[in-house]
Design a binder for this molecule. Structure first.
Ligand code: NAD
Ligand code: TYD
Length: 346
């Protein structure tokens, strides 16, 4: 099956970072109709979709995935659903977990239930490698136990399990993807790479949590979107697919690379208080999706340089995000850390 075979694809959370890149990717692949449903939380941004608005086949609906009436309307006539909608920031989940349970668990349930009633033919639940918990050595396989250690990853693991239960119990054709840490254009400046780049562009340091030796596998958003599109078209119902690029880097090394790209001194990196329960390392074995025909194409150094340039040339996109609700949130919750790190206070 190809993307062009679908009549109408619902992309929930499509005004966020990966979802907006994915909606663009679907239209580039020739999808007939793409409907985005998004609640426009602090992380959702219509500017992410500005170039798609008005394109034939594209429609935006403002609404909550936990609202059954809105979801039924958005899913009407859709033969496929890709669920990106989620609360996604680990630090926020440690402070205010309720919204994570509401959207990532209950919202996922509402989508699954509505999809079942609507006879949706393909449902992709976009998840994360963080559901495996920290992996100090080796790589997680799809069959490994889930050991999430913070409210974000626990709520995502719950969403995965519900989605797989809807396949096993009711035959809803669900596939789950578990992607690695993703970076690229349109990522909210609360996340590590865009926070680091935009802080430096504002003359502030990069706040590195703890010793900075925590390791993540950095996956470019376009590679991640191609993987999800492949699973949507050719994944096997009931299956889970890890998506990782093999770009394992300690945070400190990523911070140093960003400082070098902006030709700044290493003193612009500051160690700050560590995140509680900070997972040291995530790493997945991606051989299952590779066997389906996917491989990462963007080397980390090239992708990072392109991303730094994107934030340098799109200040109008991120400056408002750092001066609105995000700044209020940081002031409330990270007052001392923001001062320590030269973080996001205004
Ligand atoms: P994001 O925070 O940038 O975007 C999330 C989007 O969901 C926003 O547009 C927000 O408005 C919307 N949303 C939140 N609650 C909603 C609700 N109740 N109803 C409708 N819309 C709602 O997140 P992202 O980084 O683009 O992540 C997208 C998905 O990919 C998430 O499910 C996340 O768990 C997963 N993921 C992210 C990464 C990563 O590194 N960013 C890696 C692997 C998987
Ligand atoms: P983040 O982008 O929040 O993604 P996740 O926690 O989902 O992996 O963080 C990536 C890594 O960077 C993680 O190890 C935490 C670290 N980090 C910092 O060192 N400083 C920061 O200001 C942030 C936001 C993250």
């Amino acid at each position: 099956m190809e993307i062009t075979c679908f009549r109408r694809i619902l992309v929930t959370g499509g005004a966020g970072f990966i979802g907006s890149n994915f909606a663009r990717c679907l239209l580039e692949l020739g999808a007939c109709e793409v409907v985005v449903l998004d609640k426009l939380t602090y992380a959702g941004n219509l500017a992410n979709l500005a170039d798609l608005a008005g394109q034939p086949g594209f429609r935006f609906i403002h609404g909550d995935i936990a609202d059954p009436a809105v979801v039924a309307e958005a899913m009407d006539g859709c033969d496929a659903v890709v669920n990106f909608a989620a609360e996604t920031h680990v630090d926020r989940s440690l402070l205010e977990p309720a919204a994570f349970i509401q959207t990532n668990v209950h919202g996922t349930y509402v989508l699954l239930e509505t999809a079942l009633r609507a006879g949706v033919e393909r449902f992709v639940q976009v998840s994360t490698d963080e559901v495996y918990g920290e992996v100090l050595t080796g790589r997680s396989r799809e069959s490994d136990p889930l050991r999430p250690r913070n409210p974000y990853s626990a709520s995502k693991a719950s969403g995965d399990l519900l989605a797989l239960a809807y396949y096993a119990s009711y035959g809803l054709p669900v596939m789950v993807t578990r992607g690695a840490n993703t970076y690229g254009p349109y990522q909210h400046p609360e996340k590590f790479i865009p926070l680091s780049v935009t802080n430096l562009l504002e003359g502030r340091p990069i706040p590195v949590y703890g010793d900075g030796r925590q390791e993540r596998d950095w996956l470019h958003v376009r590679d991640h979107c191609r993987a999800i599109a492949l699973v949507l078209a050719r994944g096997e119902p009931g299956q889970v697919y890890n998506v990782g690029a093999g770009n394992h880097r300690p945070n400190l090394e990523v911070a140093r690379a960003i400082v070098r790209l902006l030709e700044l001194p290493e003193e612009m990196i500051q160690h700050v208080t560590d995140r509680p329960g900070h997972d040291r390392r995530y790493a997945v074995d991606a051989s299952k999706i590779e066997a389906l025909g996917w491989a990462p194409e963007i080397p980390f150094e090239a992708g990072l340089a392109e991303t730094v340039r994107w934030y340098e040339t799109n200040r109008d996109w991120w400056i408002p995000l750092k001066s609105g609700q995000f700044a209020d949130y940081y002031r409330r919750n990270y007052g001392s850390r923001a001062v320590l790190s030269g973080g996001a206070e205004t």
